[in-house]
Ligand binder design. Structure first.
Ligand code: FPP
Length: 234
């Protein structure tokens, strides 16, 4: 393995937007707006580094418990970002996939997600937005869809393997993330990529997501390179 090469796939829990806003006496939505800016910076930097896949936790299945105002604010930011990204896709060379149950989103946002996915070509960086996403929910859906295929006679139950079940996940055909970063000082996985993170290296950092800089990403990648990845071997 080339130790100097960046990870092929980095995943990030964009955490700390609310605290960032609170520290400045601003509404939580201002924290999410700063978080969206931080995402833009980091996605561009990933392209510079040659990272192929960037997966971000934008909205979880649990985030609906937040105030209607905050939820609407996050959805507005996502819509604005996707509209811009659709206009600039060829210039930015960033393409998109969405992990999660999009049917709960507004018809406008669903259409933007659909357009972004269908216009995506094989660009330098692929961003996977986890939207109305939960790791357990993803596994349950995969199991249920496999069971439906068994009932339809496509497979026998004993034919199920890890590789086959992977093909029922939102991440089918995408390598698992080598590195998962959680800023903001929280030490939890919060239902993020439960299936795909089996051998990922976690790097937890004390910086809040809106303050997360390219230097912080460099630091996380250096930490990743210092780890000795054995995949259960010796
Ligand atoms: C977690 O921080 C963050 C979210 C639930 C939302 C993330 C959304 C964005 C960064 C904006 C989406 C738009 C784009 C373009 C990516 P938190 O609110 O839980 O922070 P806290 O723990 O400090 O309260």
């Amino acid at each position: 393995m080339d130790n100097a090469a960046p990870p092929q796939h980095i995943a990030i829990i964009m955490d700390g937007n609310g605290r960032w806003a609170k520290k400045r006496g601003l509404p939580r939505t201002a924290g999410h707006a700063a978080g969206a800016e931080s995402f833009r910076r980091i996605a561009n930097y990933c392209r510079t580094l040659g990272v192929r896949y960037l997966t971000v936790y934008a909205f979880s299945t649990e985030n609906w418990k937040r105030s209607a105002d905050e939820v609407a604010g996050i959805m507005r930011l996502l819509g604005r970002y996707l509209r811009e990204a659709l206009a600039d896709m060829e210039k930015n060379r960033v393409c998109f996939r969405f992990f999660g149950d999009l049917t709960k989103l507004s018809p406008e946002l669903q259409k933007l997600c659909h357009d972004a996915e269908s216009l995506s070509a094989d660009y330098d960086v692929q961003v996977n937005f986890c939207l109305n996403y939960g790791g357990r929910d993803e596994i349950v859906r995969a199991a249920s869809n496999f069971a439906a295929d068994v009932a339809a006679g496509k497979y026998r139950p004993e034919e199920l393997t890890e590789e086959l079940l992977s093909q029922y996940m939102y991440s089918r055909d995408i390598p698992d993330p080598e590195l998962i970063i959680r800023p903001s000082g929280e030490l939890r996985t919060s239902n993020f990529l439960l299936w795909q993170s089996a051998y990922s290296e976690y790097v937890f950092m004390n910086v809040l997501w809106p303050d997360f800089s390219p230097q912080d990403l460099d630091q996380a990648i250096e930490e990743y390179h210092r780890r000795n990845r054995r995949f259960g071997g010796t």
